[in-house]
Design a protein around this ligand. Structure first.
Ligand code: PMP
Length: 365
C-alpha cells in the first residue's frame, strides 16, 4: 500500500504511535475493563488520565504556576465569544484591540463586536495579509480590556515570529489574548508574555471537541453576568475543568500526544524539526516560479503553507496526482483557493520530502 501523508489543516494528522496505543487500549484501558469513552469523568481512572495530561502540558509549555490550564469545549470560534464574555468587563466602557492578520483574526473581530466596542489597531488586509503589520504602526487603545492576536493564521499562512512587545510604561495593564489554535506546541513560547492563550485541539493537540485555554489567574473573574457558567473561566478553574462533563476521550488522546511529545524531546526538539520541515518546503516552492507563496518570508508560517500554481488550470491535475501518491488534503481553503500544506508536529519529515519530490516532478512534467 502507498504510504499516506495527510496535509489536512484540521482535524489533522495524529502521531501513528498515539493511534496505535489508543487502538490497543480501546476496549480495556489498563485492565479497568472499560474503554476511556465509558468512564465516569469523576472516577479514579479518568482522574489519573486528566491529571497526567495537565501535568505534561504544563511541563511541555513551561506554564508558570500563576496560570490555570482549562479544558473547555466550543473550539476556537467558541472562544471568540467566550473571551469577550470573560474579559471585556475588565473596563467600565470596554474596548477590545485587535490586530487583523487574516481570516481567523477577522472572525474574532466580528464576533467580539457583538459584546464590546472593537478597535482594529492594525491590519494587513490591504496587503492581502502578506505579513503581520509592523509593531510601530499599531494604534493601541490606552486602557483597552485586552489585545487579541492570532499568532498563526491557518488559512493565510502568516505566523508571528515572537510575542509582540508591549511597552509597560505606555500600556501598564494590557493583557494579550492569543489564538494559537494552529501552532501551539510547535515552537517554544513564553507563556508569561500572554494573559490568555487558547487553541482548538484538532490540529496540534488531538481530536476535535477539546479546547485548551491557559489563563493568568488575575484574569479569571471578570465575566459578564450573561456569560454561561460552563464557559466562565473562574468556575471552570475552581472545578478543575469538571464543572460540566469535559470531552473525556479527546483529553485522553491529547494526553497521549503530550506523552509522545515528551518522548520526542519536547517542544524545543519539535521546533527544530519544524524549522527544517518548513525550510525544505519553502525552498522547493521558491526554487521554481511554477509555484508561489505570497507571504513575506519573515512571517511565513511553519505550520500552514499556502501556495498557488502559476497556471491554476492545472489545479485539479495537481491534486489528483498528489492523491495518487498518497499525498492527501492539499486543496487550499475555499476562501483563498490554491493549495495548502499543513505540516503539524505529527507530519514526519519524510512526508514533507515526499511532497517536495512531487512538487519538483510535477513542475518538470
Ligand atoms: N482559530 C484558528 C487559528 C483556526 O485555525 C481555527 C480552525 N481552523 C479556528 C480558530 C476555529 O476553530 P474551531 O473550528 O475549532 O471553532
Amino acid at each position: 500500500m502507498t504510504q499516506i501523508f495527510n496535509f489536512s489543516a484540521g482535524p489533522a494528522v495524529l502521531p501513528k504511535d498515539v493511534l496505535q496505543q489508543a487502538a490497543s487500549e480501546m476496549l480495556d484501558w489498563h485492565g479497568s475493563g472499560m474503554s476511556v469513552m465509558e468512564m465516569s469523568h469523576r472516577g479514579p481512572e479518568f482522574s489519573s488520565i486528566h491529571r497526567q495530561a495537565l501535568d505534561d502540558l504544563r511541563e511541555l509549555l513551561h506554564v508558570p504556576a500563576n496560570y490555570k490550564i482549562l479544558f473547555q469545549q466550543g473550539g476556537g470560534l467558541g472562544q471568540n465569544a467566550i473571551v469577550p464574555l470573560n474579559l471585556a468587563g475588565r473596563r467600565p466602557e470596554p474596548v477590545i484591540d485587535f490586530i487583523h492578520t487574516g481570516s481567523w483574526s477577522g472572525k474574532s473581530i466580528k464576533e467580539a463586536a457583538r459584546y464590546a466596542r472593537v478597535n482594529v489597531a492594525a491590519s494587513s488586509e490591504a496587503e492581502h495579509f502578506a505579513r503581520v503589520p509592523a509593531r510601530d504602526t499599531w494604534r493601541l487603545t490606552p486602557n483597552a480590556s485586552y489585545l487579541h492576536i492570532c499568532t498563526n493564521e491557518t488559512i493565510d499562512g502568516v505566523e508571528y515570529p515572537d510575542a509582540p512587545e508591549i511597552d509597560p510604561a505606555l500600556f501598564p495593564d494590557l493583557p494579550i489574548v492569543a489564538d494559537m489554535s494552529s501552532h501551539i506546541l510547535s515552537r517554544e513560547i513564553d507563556v508569561s508574555k500572554y494573559g490568555v492563550i487558547f487553541a482548538g485541539a484538532q490540529k496540534n493537540i488531538g481530536p476535535a471537541g477539546l479546547t485548551l485555554v491557559i489563563v493568568r489567574e488575575d484574569l479569571l473573574d471578570f465575566a459578564s453576568p450573561q456569560c454561561p457558567s460552563v464557559f466562565h473561566w473562574k468556575t471552570c478553574a475552581e472545578h478543575d475543568s469538571l464543572y460540566n462533563t469535559p470531552p473525556t476521550y479527546s483529553i485522553y488522546i491529547a494526553g497521549l500526544v503530550f506523552a509522545w511529545l515528551k518522548r520526542r524531546g519536547g517542544v524545543a526538539a519539535m521546533e527544530a524539526l519544524n524549522i527544517e520541515k518548513a525550510r525544505l518546503l519553502y525552498a522547493a516552492l521558491d526554487a521554481d516560479d511554477f509555484y508561489a507563496n505570497r507571504v513575506d518570508p519573515a512571517y511565513r508560517s511553519r505550520m500552514n503553507i499556502p501556495f498557488y500554481l502559476r497556471d491554476e488550470s492545472l489545479n485539479d491535475q495537481f491534486l489528483a496526482g498528489a492523491k495518487a501518491r498518497g499525498l492527501l488534503q492539499l486543496k487550499g481553503h475555499k476562501s483563498v483557493g490554491g493549495m495548502r500544506a499543513s505540516i503539524y508536529n505529527a507530519m514526519p519529515i519524510e512526508g514533507v520530502q515526499a511532497l517536495v519530490d512531487y512538487l519538483n516532478e510535477f513542475a518538470r512534467r
